[in-house]
Structure formats: structure tokens, C-alpha cells
Design a protein around this ligand. Structure first.
Ligand code: ZN
Length: 384
């Protein structure tokens, strides 16, 4: 297929970001949510405590300083080499409040047992931020507390955390400008935001154990299978335990918001939305009564319904974009009011821009839109 982006400039730097997906309007969201079941209702684990969801599977939440104000983390009862303990799944960002919340968990919720390993579903700051601290905190001279993660995400996280410049910065600003974000204040703020990742992920463990699609991990006598997913993070790993009827979905399937799927400036011709929509189909073989443990929102059942909803959500966005681009060529920035019917702050605008480009690219690669480089340097898309 012809590359619709041949004429696009190619910035070279990398930016990484946590999820912050689109939200449907209130009424639409309530209707969609009513199709899912929340077995624990409105119950939430208070800070520093856990809620047991399945035997040996505990839910905890940590605060996040974003519009998306929390992340769910999981404690799995484990046993390794005859040592009883726990596996942590995902970590929270590296700040004092999250470390303090973990210390409270360690004091009251571990039944006096150690943490034996840390699994990260992917490299976004809210998931891997404290992996270094946790593995150091629980490592012993005779037994390291190992980070388990996909190789792709470990490598990207290492590079991102060790870079003091170039995360966001000039390349990101140029990318957003090419896609029509021309407001000088916004671009100046993007340019200035160079330590976005390393602030929340100051260090990543120097050694790790590699998670691969399809491999199984024995945790406390239960077999968990890795299911790789693309489009949200470089190589996201969800974990499925048939015996417990439980899927740790990470950010790939969320009950209330759609997963952030963005084109970013290091891979400016990417088609991550195609990858994402293909990836969530990989959860189709799982039973409908599977308990889904998402990284944001509440544990739920109704996985197949939710996959249907997410597919439909993106088809609806495609239809809106095609209608707009049939009237006149639109840049990704032109489409923000079409896709996001609410006021966005700068942080949200950068996510929204990435998502807008992702939808445009998916349609362009399907041959339903064509990219038109403008004399003003802005890339617009048309159905003609
Ligand atoms: Zn994420």
C-alpha cells in the first residue's frame, strides 16, 4: 500500500506517557457501564489497605496526580523456592506519597511475608515508576527481588528514564505543530516539558526477567498466561489465569474510559490503533464470566461486551472523522472538538492530539483518507 505520509517530516526523539483515554459523555457512559457487572459495587480499597478479590489475589489503589487520579495495583500470594511471599503487579509512580502508601501495605497487608518479585504490565510511569525502589526494598543478598516485564518495555523504560533531555521538548512540539497545534503557549509548554518520564521513573532495575507472549508464569500454585498487546505501550503484557477465572488486563481493556492509543513523534507514521483493535480481539477466547482486573476503574465482568463497546467506540470516531474530512480537509488539531467534547488542559491536549493522529492514520492506511501537506507545514486529511 502507498505510504500516505511520505512527505511528512521525521522528528527523531521519544516521548512516553501514561494512559488517559477518551471519555464518552456522561449519559452514554452510564449506558455503556450498565452493560458491565461490578461484583464489588462501589467498594474501593482505602489507601494503605487491600481488598481480596479471589483467593490470594488482592486489589490496592494508589493516587495519581493527573485527571486520571488513581491506578489499581495487584498483590498475588506467591511461593518461590519454598519461600512464602507475594508478587506485586504494577507499582505506581515514584513519589513520596506512593512510597508511603506501599509502606503501609507492607506493614499491614503482607501477613509478615516478603515481596518475592515485581511484574510490570508495561513501561508507563504509573506502572513501572517504583519498580526500582520495590525491587531494591525487597532484594536480599541471598535472593534478588526481580522485575518481570516484556523486553521491549524494559528497554524503552531504561532509555526513557536515563534521558535528561528530549522527552517532549522540541521534537514533540514540532510533531504537534505539524498536526495543527499552533497555539504558541501550548507549544512553548510542550518544548519545556523535557523531563516528563524521568521525573516519574527516575530509575529502572538494571536486570529483569523477560515476559513473552504465550509464556506461563507460576504464581502461588496458579498458572498465569502472558497475552501481549500492542498500540498502547510498546509491548504490553496482560496476565490470564484460567484456574482463577481472572484477567489482569492492565491498560488494554478498561471499563470506563477507552485506552489511550497515540501516535508519538518517535514513530510518526505509526498505525497503533489498528494494532490496538487487533490486540483486544486476542481476549475473545476468554470466558464471558472472566473477572477483569483493569489498571483504572473497578474490577468487572463482561469482557466480551466491553470489547464490543471499544470496537464500536472507535468505529463511531472513524465515522465522525470521515464526515468532517468529507466537508473539508482537517488536521488532527482541527478534529479535537469533534473527538473530545470537553475542555482539555495541556496535558490532556497532548494525549488527545496523539489519539486524533492515531484515528487519522488508521483511516489513511485503510485507504479511506488521504494526507495533504499544506503550504503552512500542517498535515491535513481529506476523503477526496
Ligand atoms: Zn499505560
Amino acid at each position: 500500500m502507498a505510504n500516505p505520509f511520505d512527505s511528512a517530516p521525521r522528528p527523531t526523539k521519544y516521548v512516553a506517557h501514561p494512559p488517559e483515554g477518551q471519555e464518552d459523555s456522561g449519559a452514554a457512559r452510564r449506558l455503556l457501564e450498565s452493560a458491565l457487572n461490578y461484583p464489588w459495587g462501589d467498594a474501593l480499597p482505602a489507601s494503605g489497605t487491600t481488598l481480596e478479590l479471589r483467593p490470594g489475589v488482592r486489589w490496592l489503589r494508589m493516587a495519581l496526580p493527573f485527571a486520571l487520579n488513581h491506578i489499581n495495583l495487584w498483590l498475588l500470594r506467591d511461593r518461590q523456592d519454598g519461600i512464602e511471599g507475594w508478587t506485586i503487579v504494577d507499582c505506581g509512580i515514584a513519589d513520596d506519597a506512593t512510597r508511603a502508601a506501599w509502606e503501609a501495605i507492607f506493614s499491614h497487608e503482607l501477613q509478615g511475608l516478603p515481596v518475592l518479585r515485581v511484574i510490570c504490565t508495561h513501561m508507563h510511569p504509573d506502572h513501572i515508576g517504583l519498580a526500582h525502589w520495590l525491587t531494591q526494598r525487597w532484594g536480599r543478598p541471598e535472593r534478588e527481588c526481580r522485575l518481570w516485564i516484556s523486553s521491549t518495555d524494559w528497554n524503552v523504560a531504561r532509555i526513557a528514564s536515563q534521558s535528561t533531555t528530549g522527552f517532549g521538548g522540541e521534537a514533540a512540539a514540532n510533531f504537534f505543530a505539524m498536526h495543527g497545534l499552533t497555539d504558541p503557549d501550548s507549544l512553548a509548554q510542550v518544548r519545556a516539558r523535557t523531563d516528563y518520564y524521568s521525573r516519574m521513573v527516575p530509575q529502572v532495575p538494571a536486570r529483569y526477567r523477560r515476559l513473552l507472549d504465550g509464556m506461563t508464569v507460576e504464581i502461588g500454585g496458579h498458572t498465569w498466561q502472558c497475552i501481549a498487546g500492542y498500540g498502547h505501550a510498546p509491548e504490553h503484557m496482560a496476565l490470564y489465569c484460567q484456574g482463577l477465572g481472572t484477567l489482569i488486563s492492565g491498560d488494554m481493556v478498561l471499563p470506563r474510559i477507552s485506552t489511550n492509543v497515540s501516535v508519538i513523534e518517535v514513530e510518526p507514521e505509526a498505525d497503533p490503533l489498528r494494532l490496538y483493535l487487533q490486540s483486544i480481539e486476542r481476549f475473545r477466547p476468554l470466558a464471558e464470566d472472566t473477572l477483569v482486573l483493569p489498571s483504572h476503574g473497578k474490577p468487572f465482568t463482561g469482557l466480551q461486551v466491553r470489547i464490543d463497546q471499544l470496537q464500536q467506540h472507535h468505529q463511531d470516531r472513524f465515522a465522525e472523522i470521515l464526515a468532517a474530512c468529507a466537508e473539508r480537509p482537517h488536521s488532527a488539531a482541527d478534529l479535537l472538538p469533534v473527538l473530545f467534547r470537553r475542555t482539555l488542559d495541556l496535558h490532556q491536549t497532548t494525549f488527545a492530539m496523539g489519539e486524533s493522529v492515531a484515528h487519522l492514520h488508521a483511516l489513511a492506511y485503510q485507504g479511506r483518507l488521504r494526507a495533504l501537506p499544506g503550504d503552512d507545514g500542517v498535515l491535513r486529511f481529506t476523503t477526496r
